[in-house]
Design a protein around this ligand. Structure first.
Ligand SMILES: *Cc1c(COP(=O)(O)O)cnc(C)c1O
Length: 361
């Protein structure tokens, strides 16, 4: 995986060629070939897409300018007037914000929770079922194989938002999904310094539809971002090992803590998601969520942290945390904290969090 997407060795060339900055390429005569115009194709995207395709277990990949460009690239390219779309009611809130757009195009949107595979009850007559597991921010999990089975029996396609897990944590296409979609802004690239997304599928026709969507709306990644992302993939496994170990250590330290309620981490053996998560995930991700007494306690806690940056998003090598309720739009308590574990020393990180809780009491 460290070498994913690297080109064949060629004497006197670098292992990973630098980013190609080009709006157009030399193109005489027939307008065909791999590289014609910068909105259609770019050699730096090609290498990144091959690399992510390997991580996804073999797939065609279309990279996008952001996670939302990828999410919208599936939802808006696959759904037509009269189609029924099933969305999770607890998924990433900007994905849910597409409900209004889909309805304005004449689609029918049904929503159900992730936990308990409740979306299965909504698949009859659907065209597309959208799944996000673990869900962001409340970390519920659904059984992807079961949802896929029910959706396929009803003639629906299934897309999984795999942002939190990354393909090294969970491979939706191997669980039967038609699309694996992610914000690569988060754990996949992991440095908190760029926005990017991708769509992976094993169906060439579906891939073609999504690629044509990217070209027509122009939601293309910049070559610099694509190159940085590819460079970052070499350390993905190392980052995830430390981040998941840190997340588990934090969850274990918070379990039973007098100030903490509603602790969630799918990697904790007694978490309500663990049994299903353990069946379909190889790594449980870097996000831990929990609730402190109220908004003021959560703010005091966040303000007392030294190693954890106060910021939204997750998946960076630098730990971060926020009071999720400050954005509105998620069904969470005022004291709900989403914490993303970075790659800091485990003992230092746990000590910092426990010290901040002490200051909060
Ligand atoms: C962040 C996120 C997105 C959107 O990604 P951007 O790169 O911010 O556009 C989509 N889904 C999930 C689960 C996310 O966490």
């Amino acid at each position: 995986m460290v070498g994913a997407g690297r080109p064949e060795a060629e004497q006197f060339t670098p292992g990973l060629p630098g980013p190609v900055f080009a709006a157009h390429y030399h193109l005489a005569g027939e307008a065909s070939g791999p590289y014609t115009y910068g909105r259609d194709s770019n050699p730096t995207w090609t290498l990144l897409e091959q690399a992510i395709g390997e991580l996804e277990g073999g797939a065609e990949v279309v990279s996008f300018a952001s996670g939302m460009a990828a999410v919208a690239g599936v939802l808006l390219s696959q759904v037509r007037i009269g189609d029924v779309v099933v969305l999770p009611d607890d998924c990433y809130q900007t994905t849910r914000a597409l409900q209004e757009r889909l309805e304005s195009y004449g689609a029918v949107v049904r929503m159900g929770p992730t936990a308990g595979d409740a979306q299965i009850g909504l698949v009859e007559g659907a065209r597309l079922v959208w799944v996000e597991t673990p869900s962001n921010p409340r970390l519920d999990v659904c059984d992807v194989r079961r949802v896929v089975e029910a959706a396929h029996a009803a003639g629906a396609l299934v897309a999984v938002d795999n942002t939190l897990a990354t393909p090294l944590g969970q491979r939706p296409l191997e669980l039967g999904a038609d699309f694996s979609v992610a914000s690569d802004t988060k754990s996949l690239t992991g440095h908190g310094d760029l926005l990017l997304g991708h769509v992976a599928t094993r169906d060439p026709e579906l891939a073609e539809g999504v690629r044509f969507w990217r070209k027509t709306v122009g939601a293309v990644p910049g070559p610099m971002e694509a190159w940085l992302a590819h460079r970052s993939l070499a350390t993905l496994q190392l980052r995830l090992e430390r981040q998941t170990a840190n997340a588990l250590a934090i969850a274990e330290a918070l379990r039973g803590h007098s100030q903490v309620s509603g602790l969630r981490y799918p990697g904790l053996p007694d978490d309500s998601s663990h049994e299903v998560a353990a069946r379909q995930m190889r790594r449980f991700g870097c996000v831990v969520s929990f609730t402190l007494r109220d908004e003021a306690s959560a703010e005091r806690f966040l303000g007392s942290l030294r190693l954890v940056m106060q910021a939204t998003s997750f998946g960076s090598v630098h730990s971060s945390a926020e009071r999720r309720g400050r954005w509105g739009g998620d069904a969470v308590e005022p004291g709900f904290v989403r914490l993303s574990a970075g790659i800091e020393d485990t003992e230092d990180l746990v000590a910092d969090i426990l010290r901040a809780l002490e200051k909060t009491a």
